[in-house]
Ligand binder design. Structure first.
Ligand SMILES: Nc1ncnc2c1ncn2[C@@H]1O[C@H](COP(=O)(O)OP(=O)(O)OP(=O)(O)O)[C@@H](O)[C@H]1O
Ligand SMILES: [Mg+2]
Length: 574
């Protein structure tokens, strides 16, 4: 095994070593325009958080040496604490004695030519991860900013590090610029290069056409160029062949990366909409939006769907639906753990939110599932923690409103009263759905799902049959039961048979029903209150046909007994 791995590594290396020329990347034009505008407008300090120093350096090189972009061409220098300043050019020239950040800054101050300085990992002087910030470096930078701005020749400093860490003293001087992960074309170029460089060696078999290439590149979107290159190399090395099957290898690589962020979780689920009983309106709504992020939707000028908020009674399938969308739409599902955002184990809360959003965008099209969203955002007027929660909430809402990338947000919530009203304003979510306790017809559907799922083995069935009659009867005596409780009825009945080592009997189910007091009995007040909220603001997840025997008249909610005759949420035909 060990040998095999070693072999694999060597082959991966070989594939990579075949590169002879340094690539010129297809550069992101919007980013170049933005950055060069900042340069021309003499912004002294620009902070660009990224892992991709090389790609950024290439872009800086291109900007600083292309007259059409920057007008006044500039010298480009990089700085690291291990080498000091290096002047980039045909041959890279080391500037001696500039490893010390203060000395490097002195050099920059005195330098007279138009120039761009790329300072790598200065965040270690800014107090990253609760370390001690360096007050001298910070003060020096504050003093230097106006000098650079008003100097005779244009000069800009670009700070770059994997995370943003900015001392309060420098916040007004610094402009933070987001550096998007590589675009489709960038990754395609990497793939084409790697194919070109390996195709004549005869060592790798290529079973590819444009379609396969597109699938491979799409699978790699969300990775940095280096990661994409590694993933392609590994995909080839692992069986000496590059073909459609490698989409899976690349996809695994991507999951790995997401796992590393620690805030998002990649959910692999087999669940699909057939596992959800009832909720037909919600299912139809979701079906209509399937594929709307694909190119063919552009013809209709359809905006990519933003997201859906699913509220309702606990145990009725909110989380279940969220998980099932992934297989319905064939998109990766990422769960955002609001608790982790605030715990600050990994980084500051704001940083965490930013990271979660950018990762979800990087793997777009994707589904971002925020379960029990109210736990994170309720009381965002200030959690007593200097408004951190309010700020994160603001970041999230702005992103929801303005996001361009196809990240579909599925938020689920029980306690809607705890949700701030800004959340519910139009333009944030495409729709708000209300999931009530299931109606007769929905209970039939839910029972059927669980009966079919669990009663697979003929040996335990005996004479028992899952007949229409039986399911209807069981549904009729379980008014007020939630989906989770109905599932539990099936399980309890199975236990009866199992404990006596005999076949399942209809009585087992009836007994289980008798022994259960549904939560709705004790939650009447609660259900009434969320229903009256939902009647004004949310669409019923249940279809009109499925609730035809029930009333949706708000007046009738006056008497508490009526919770079983009514259902909440606006009825809409979808
Ligand atoms: N409509 C349904 N169809 C089939 N099974 C259901 C349905 N609703 C609930 N269940 C069963 O109950 C379990 C729990 O449901 P789920 O976690 O989706 O409820 P929820 O609405 O998210 O509740 P909570 O508010 O407690 O998070 C599901 O995993 C499923 O087995
Ligand atoms: Mg849930």
């Amino acid at each position: 095994m060990l040998n095999k791995n070693k072999d694999l590594l060597t082959r991966t290396e070989q594939i990579r070593l075949h590169k002879t020329t340094r690539r010129s990347f297809i550069l992101n034009n919007a980013f170049i325009k933005h950055l060069s505008d900042l340069f021309k407008a003499r912004f002294s300090y620009i902070y660009i958080p990224t892992w991709e120093e090389n790609r950024l350096e290439d872009i800086l090189k291109k900007i600083s040496t292309t007259k059409e972009i920057i007008k006044t061409e500039r010298d480009l220098y990089t700085w690291t604490s291990t080498k000091g300043l290096i002047k980039k050019g045909e041959k890279n020239e080391l500037v001696s004695n500039t490893k010390d950040p203060m000395k490097a800054l002195s050099f920059i101050e005195k330098y007279e030519n138009p120039s761009v300085f790329m300072l790598k990992d200065f965040h270690v002087f800014f107090g990253y991860n609760n370390s001690q910030p360096d007050p001298n470096v910070i003060r020096r930078l504050r003093d230097l900013s106006p000098v650079i701005k008003n100097g005779n020749s244009p000069k800009n400093i670009v700070f770059t590090s994997p995370v943003v860490c900015l001392p309060i003293e420098l916040q007004k001087d610094m402009t933070i610029l987001e550096f998007d992960l590589p675009a489709y074309e960038d990754i395609m170029k990497v793939l084409n290069d790697i194919i070109d460089q390996n195709k004549d060696t005869g060592k790798i078999k290529f079973e590819i056409n444009d379609y396969v290439k597109e699938r491979l590149v799409k699978a790699a979107q969300g990775l940095t160029l280096q990661e994409a290159e590694n993933a392609f190399a590994r995909a080839m090395a692992h069986d000496g062949c590059l073909n459609i099957k490698d989409v899976k290898v690349i996809f695994e690589e991507k999951q790995q990366i997401i796992r590393k962020t620690g805030i998002l979780e990649f959910i692999n689920t087999e669940l699909n909409m057939d596992d959800v009983g009832g909720l037909e309106n919600l299912k139809r709504w979701l079906t209509k939006r399937n594929k709307s992020w694909q190119d063919k939707a552009k013809k209709y000028s359809i905006p990519a769907p933003k997201g859906v908020l699913i509220t309702g009674v606990p145990g009725c399938g909110k989380s279940l639906v969220a998980k099932s969308i992934s297989s319905m739409w064939q998109l990766p599902l990422l769960r955002l753990d609001m608790g982790r955002i605030f715990q600050g184990i990994v980084g500051s809360s704001e940083e965490n939110m930013r990271k979660a959003i950018s990762t979800a965008e990087a793997v777009a099209p994707s589904i971002l599932w925020i379960d029990e969203i109210e736990k994170g955002f309720s009381g965002s007027g200030g959690r007593g923690d200097s408004g951190t929660s309010a700020r994160i909430f603001g970041t999230f809402l702005t992103w929801m409103q303005e996001k361009k990338k196809p990240v579909f947000v599925v938020a689920t919530a029980n306690n809607i009263n705890a949700l701030p009203s800004e959340f519910l304003r139009k333009g944030r979510f495409d729709e708000i759905f209300f999931v009530d306790i299931p109606t007769q017809r929905e209970r039939e559907a839910i029972l059927l799902v669980h009966l079919v799922k669990r009663l697979k083995n003929k040996d335990i069935l005996g004479d028992f049959k899952i007949s229409k009659n039986f399911v209807e009867k069981l549904a009729s005596i379980t008014e007020g039961f939630t989906g989770a409780e109905l599932e539990q009825i099936v399980i309890s009945a199975l236990f009866e048979g199992f404990s006596e080592e005999r076949n399942i009997r209809p009585d087992d189910f009836l007994k289980a029903v008798k022994d259960t007091i549904p939560l709705s009995e004790t939650m009447k007040e609660n259900i009434l209150s969320i229903r009256s909220w939902a009647n004004l603001r949310a669409v019923s997840a249940t279809s009109k046909e499925d609730r035809k025997d029930y009333s949706d008249n708000i007046e009738e909610f006056e008497t508490k007994e009526d919770i079983y005759q009514n259902r909440g949420g606006r009825t809409l035909d979808i």
